[in-house]
Design a protein around this ligand. Sequence first.
Ligand code: 13P
Length: 251
Amino acid sequence: MRKKIVAGNWKMNMNLQDGVALAKELNDTLTAQKPNCGVIICTPFIHLASIAQFLDQSVIGLGAENCADKEKGAYTGEVSAEMVKSTGAQYVIIGHSERRGYYNDTPEVLKEKVLLALKNGLKVIFCIGESLEEREANKQNEVVKAELEGSVFNLSAEEFKNIIVAYEPIWAIGTGKTATADQAEEIHAYIRSVIADKYGKEVADDTTILYGGSCKASNAPELFAKPDIDGGLIGGASLKAADFKGIIDAR
Ligand code: 13P
């Protein structure tokens, strides 16, 4: 049975002190009252080592939001997958639309990042999703299929088991505009069928597919009730323990 997961993506928010305080609050709350699903927090690089010191990773997994597309060496300012892993983190988000859009993370670059993450024993939360224009032109299926083909379908079935897919329509991220539960279910089912065509039904049935984009405690129950929506990747609403907990409780 595939894992149900609620993951937070803090993005470029929280200084070290505030981030540590938020992670402590979540750790206290969720170790006292164990969640019904997997929980992951993905934080800026600089938080990882401090948070890994106290986080009970049997309850809350820890991840980075990105990693370099090179193994090591003269790449000033970059952080490698090996460095991420050495902090104690177990996950990394790769392919977020903000990385694709603002930092030129092309399919080729993302393919390298995914390979390096897996090589270093990290699990990957791989993000896909269409823009508003693409949705209006009814191209969303084409877009998500091409994003999978471009960066993760080179993996073996065994390697692909370390991929969590996150469908995040760009028009729903930070806009307050969520995909309806039916819209999200339709494309999640499509994504699963594309994975089944590539790797077979068993792998597809075992793949966790998260929804992301203005997900909050109020709309999470309807989204999570759908058979192909296995949880959420949460931006804004992961920055306050109570808001994030509200979504976790919906799963
Ligand atoms: P919001 O939840 O703020 O819309 O962000 C979603 C997201 O991009 C998570 O990766």
